[in-house]
Write a protein that binds this ligand. Sequence first.
Ligand code: GLC
Length: 408
Amino acid sequence: MKLILFILTVLMLVGCQSPFTPEGKVTMPTAILPVAPTLTAQPTAPPTVTPTFPPPTLVPSTANPDRYEQARRLGRGVNLGNALEAPVEGEWGMVIQEEYFALIHEAGFDTVRVPIRWSAHAHTDAPYTIDATFFERVDWVIDQALSHELNVVINMHHYDELFDEPSQHQTRFIKIWEAIAERYKNTPTQLYFELLNEPHGNLTQNKWERLMSETVLAIRRIDNTHTIIVGGADWGGIQGLLNLKLPEGENNIICTFHLYDPMLFTHQGAGWVSEAYGTLGVVWPGPPEVKITPIPEAEQVNWVYTWFSQYNAFPYETNPAGPKPIRTTFDWAERMRERLDCPLWLGEFGAYEKADMQSRINWTSFVREQAEALDIPWAYWEFGAGFGIYNREDEGWNEELLRALIPE
Ligand code: GLC
């Protein structure tokens, strides 16, 4: 009798599950079969089978790569920013050229991150088809990167409507990712999928976590091989990773964060941030030789006023434009890596062209050294625009800034 019940139980278990499983998921059928004999003592139900099982269409992973190895491989990278995440490529001055890939590879970079505004190139109605010509353009960028021995991270950038109205756009977001996964599922694993750049606005932490999990599952039904990269809510800083809950059972994931501290230095005079960032001449590290008076628009903002008082007065070690805030970020990063058991990637850091060059070099090399001391791979923001390390007009590297990133 016990034997018959055991056989029946096993048949039930096998019958309602896919033989294909992502690796490492404890709730997967492969993990259940070995414990099946204990079920014979309670023959009424197969208790571990719950509706939360991934549907049977989940595809098998042929070569599920190790996430720590995948992160290590990212090494040193650069963002091909201001191109495909502009509403139309070229509108922000930057068009990705074939020669960039060889230049980037020869300079010693391992990776390009390609920010992409998919939402501007997909239908607004179901099934949210992605524009064919645009898809081909992304194909070309990926091909170029891979054929120049560069890893390539494609992301979803500037999906502003999603940040304004998450519930209106979550289905479209998932469908766009399904189309991307479908198209690239057979591409080598040097291609990475980064789900969403700097989640913010009404896409709060809870909403983002739910959407992230659903999207990961949707991608895994199509593509169980490519590494997925996720960042935290509230603009993708390290704080966003503090309470992040990663999709359960998913073990091919990398966590990303961005670092622009202090914003009053890295974003001084940038046109897309508020007037409070308008004071120029902020050097790194502080304190400055001659005290800086913030512009009136900045002085009116309490935290900015306080920041400048400290910047003008505090010594190097405790200056807000000194090593302290950056070291704190990396301390957190180390803790987050352990808590989440998730390898980290610093996907963006950089200082805008309105800061003086020596300060940009100081800051960039300091951040890069901190990251590398903790084995955190990174990607500089960005290649050839306002934060650029390459001058497109002169067709030459900004050698000093390049050396801040790749010293040898
Ligand atoms: C973020 C923004 C990008 C901006 C960069 C620096 O990635 O999405 O557009 O240029 O940060 O501010």
